[in-house]
Design a protein around this ligand. Structure first.
Ligand code: GPW
Length: 834
């Protein structure tokens, strides 16, 4: 039993609450202390890697002090907290972000400069925390950033994968995956908490409580331990520091002393090795559900540890469990954490002795659910036999949740058997499956989509009957947003300095409505020139990056046309590369004089394909094959270059996004729930070429339709087109046919490699409607070109766009969630008076 101090705590308190000095000498001291004492470096053995580590540890010291303050304060005032549960957090780097948040960038630059290092090089030593696939994981990271910056009491909860998103190499034009061993070097941004560890059970059997109908004892000797690691989230310009608590799995089987003594060292710790596997690796799927049992066990480990931790914190308040919803709001980031619902029910009923109705009331008032897709292949379903084997108690609870729900519906709509079948949480397939989206919906008091069109679509499709049963008010929209700290201030310093000049200070970073003031600068010739110069500099930075990562030399004076995102058929990178092929064909038909007149263009792709997604991988191969032919065609020169940048990541995005002239967001209408990179590109002065889909629509509404190039069919037309194409051959226009012909004439290597991509259109029903949208896509490209020729028109579009983008700050999204879903308030630590 640990002892507590015999004296009052004021001495400790005074020291731990005094702000660490900002002067350069003190900082230098702390960096050198870490160099020598934490990393055993001497002046003779210091290198940039250790200069980074020591600087990062000294920044972390400051963060942890504020971290303590924040959490102590929120505990003390009994603040309601939000818990953002997500299997993914795509954080990227933290060092530069923390320096900017604390306002210490210049100081550290000086300290490092004094010992002969350049801050930018030191920043480049950090590896990304890539604990996510794409938009969904990055959104979670932006949201905890906004919570911290807006002083909302809230934590992220996730998993600490030993291997994050795989690293992508391109070999012979093909994607090859390599493991992301991001924890091989020390990670300054996590704080291990061995004292915060919970047991998590699997398998076993149930014993019914003789005294209570709903209570069971769940017995099992397969027990894992989940141990917490805390990742501090610096709030910009505030004392508040947020937190992401990540669970790491270890065994809790006791060290086997007998085996050890008999010389079996391996056997003695054998359990450790087996248990590690649960949090070893991030599943690399984006918008697909592959239904692997290991993934289910990951999800449960995550949900159980998180629910136990939230309840442990709640119990310290000594308030009755019925008040849990007054102190905790839990947001489910898609269905992946939905087992949190039956897990909370299990704890409340079996461990705490509450009745079913009490437990259900608490649970549904605590949880809310965000849906991020309507793609059928992404819908999470788990076979009943699998769930029953691994989590027998939860399977029972899910059956009961479903039973009571169906009974209520039967009362509300007597005799409607078909309705009951449609909305049942259990799908009557063979084997039966648990529909996780329905479970999440029934277990939550609010359900939201992530852009206006998407929220409408889910109300008309997957949740149509639920709207009828549970009422309109439960189903709401929360349009996504992105953090202006990372996606403007950090990644685009020159443009940010310009905005700061106009606003008068840097407060716009936490209040994006202030960028509106840019509109006043539209006629300022000098300002316009500097705006363009900032973009030009970003393009040169990207040209340099392209040269080092691919060896391809591109001209920074060409139009930069960028599509970076996960490779997926619905996102239609294939349509983009077909249009590049067609452009190449047109250029080849021209005389040198005619080609001179064309707007030179660099078409840039980047993105990862899920390792098991064959079609997506062939698309990467096609892009690289086209790039090879086009880039080495001397007749074409700088008029057209095609680049595939390998290993897209948060850090790569920070270089790529600020450099766009246009970016492409060209999903088949109705398929991209929101998109968030579209927001990032426009916030950096780029123009969108896109379909009438996801957040593109709201971006157009905000910045004005003149500032965006829309094309393609509308969401409500998609079904009819698909229906037609199921029974009729597509009719590619001559441009698309030309692209097919060139591929089939082996222009880009063996045509056989790419025939399946053409077949998916010509024989596979063209599900993503490339043949339908291609003509208007080509027209839109022409419009882009004409606008780009008029330099003045382009700069106006660019400035106006940024000025009108305030809505897409994640601060706005988080404020809406806080007010309409979580019922929490900002609690700035500054006024804490501790
Ligand atoms: F399938 N999204 C994602 F809905 O990045 F779970 N990965 C995913 O697995 C899913 C969605 C899921 C994305 C959406 O595709 C994108 O449109 C949206 O902007 C983003 O989530 C954040 O809401």
């Amino acid at each position: 039993q640990p002892k507590t101090p015999s004296k009052d705590d004021s001495e400790f308190r005074d020291y731990s609450h005094s702000e660490i000095s900002r002067d350069v000498a003190t900082i230098k001291n702390s960096v050198v202390m870490h160099l020598t004492a934490t990393f055993l470096r001497t002046p003779a053995s210091i290198d940039s890697a250790h200069a980074y580590l020591a600087s990062a540890f000294s920044v972390r010291d400051r963060l942890l002090q504020r971290w303590n303050l924040t959490n102590e304060y929120h505990d003390k005032i009994g603040a309601k907290r939000v818990y953002y549960m997500s299997l993914e957090f795509l954080i990227g780097r933290t060092f530069d972000n923390a320096l900017l948040a604390l306002g210490l960038r210049q100081e550290y630059s000086k300290v490092l400069g004094d010992v002969g290092f350049c801050l930018e090089d030191i920043i480049d030593e950090e590896r990304d925390a890539a604990l996510g696939n794409g938009g969904l994981g990055r959104l979670a990271a932006c949201y905890v950033d906004s919570m911290a910056c807006s002083n909302y009491p809230g934590w992220g909860y996730g998993l600490r994968y030993k291997y994050g998103m795989f690293q992508q190499q391109i070999l012979n034009g093909y994607q090859v995956e390599a493991p992301d061993c991001w924890l091989d070097s020390p990670n300054p941004w996590e704080f291990p908490r061995p004292d915060v560890t919970y047991p998590v059970k699997f398998y076993g059997h149930l014993v019914r409580d003789p005294h209570s109908e709903h209570r069971f004892k769940w017995e099992s000797n397969v027990v894992y331990d989940a141990m917490a690691f805390d990742v501090p989230v610096p709030g910009y310009g505030t004392t508040n520091v947020g937190n992401i608590r990540l669970w790491s799995c270890k065994t809790n089987t006791l060290f086997d002393l007998n085996k050890f003594n008999s010389g079996d060292y391996q056997g003695a710790t054998g359990g450790q090795v087996a248990a590690q596997i649960l949090t070893d690796v991030l599943y690399p799927n984006d918008n697909t559900n592959d239904g692997k049992e290991l993934r289910l066990r990951q999800e449960y480990l995550f949900c159980s540890a998180t629910m136990q931790d939230i309840l442990a914190r709640f119990r310290k308040t000594n308030r009755p469990l019925s008040e849990l919803p007054d102190l905790a709001a839990i947001q489910l980031n898609d269905t992946h954490p939905t087992l949190g619902v039956p897990e909370l029910m299990r704890i409340l009923i079996d461990d705490e002795g509450l009745s079913w109705d009490e437990a259900w009331d608490i649970t549904t008032r605590t949880f809310a659910f965000t849906n991020h897709t309507i793609l059928p292949e992404a819908m999470e379903k788990w076979p009943v036999p699998m769930l029953d084997k691994i989590l027998p108690r939860h399977m029972g609870i899910i059956y009961d949740i479903n039973l009571f729900f169906l009974q209520k519906v039967e009362k509300q709509f007597p005799g409607d058997r078909e309705l009951l079948n449609k909305i049942s949480i259990i799908e009557e397939s063979n084997p039966q499956q648990v529909r996780m989206a329905f479970l999440a919906c029934v277990g939550s008091h609010k359900v939201n989509g992530v852009a206006a069109i998407h929220s409408d679509i889910i109300k008309q499709t997957i949740f149509k009957d639920f709207v009828r049963i549970q009422g309109e008010d439960k189903f709401i929209n929360k349009t996504n947003g992105v953090s202006p700290r990372r996606w403007m201030n950090e990644c685009n310093p020159d443009m940010s300095d310009l905005i700061t000049e106009v606003v008068g200070d840097r407060s716009w970073v936490n209040d994006l409505t202030k960028v509106k003031q840019l509109e006043g600068k539209l006629e300022d010739v000098n300002f316009r020139e500097r705006w363009w110069a900032a973009k030009q500099k970003n393009k040169e930075r990207l040209a340099e990056y392209i040269l080092t990562t691919t060896g391809i030399k591109v001209s920074a004076h060409a139009l930069f046309d960028i599509q970076v995102k996960r490779i997926h058929e619905y996102k239609r990178q294939l349509m983009n590369i077909f249009s590049v092929i067609y452009r190449y064909h047109l250029l080849k038909q021209m005389s040198p004089e005619q080609r001179e007149q064309e707007v030179p263009r660099v078409v840039i792709f980047a993105g990862k394909a899920a390792s098991g997604y064959w079609v997506a991988k062939q698309v990467i191969k096609l892009i690289n094959s086209v790039a090879e032919v086009v880039n080495s065609d001397e007749e074409i020169g700088d008029v057209l270059k095609v680049v595939f940048i390998p290993d897209y990541s948060v850090t790569a995005a920070e270089v790529i996004i600020p450099a766009s002239d246009i970016s492409q967001h060209i999903s088949t209408a109705g398929t991209e729930a929101s998109g968030t990179s579209n927001m990032k590109f426009v916030l950096n002065g780029g123009i969108i070429l896109g379909t009438v889909d996801g957040a593109n629509i709201e971006i157009g509404e905000e910045i004005g339709e003149e500032q965006i190039f829309f094309f393609g069919c509308l969401a409500h037309e998609v079904e009819d087109f698909r229906h037609y194409l199921r029974f009729n051959q597509p009719k590619p226009d001559s441009a698309l046919q030309t692209a097919f012909d060139m591929i089939q004439r082996n222009t880009f290597g063996d045509a056989q490699l790419f025939q399946p991509l053409i077949d998916a259109i010509m024989r596979g029903g063209d599900v993503y409607l490339l043949s339908v949208d291609f003509p208007s896509y080509i027209e839109a490209h022409k419009a882009v070109e004409e606008a780009y020729r008029s330099h003045d028109e382009w700069v106006t579009k660019s400035i106006l766009s940024v000025a009108r983008m305030a809505k897409f700050s994640s601060d706005r999204s988080i404020q809406e969630y806080a007010e309409e879903v979580w019922n929490i308030e900002p609690q700035p630590v500054l006024n804490c008076g501790l």
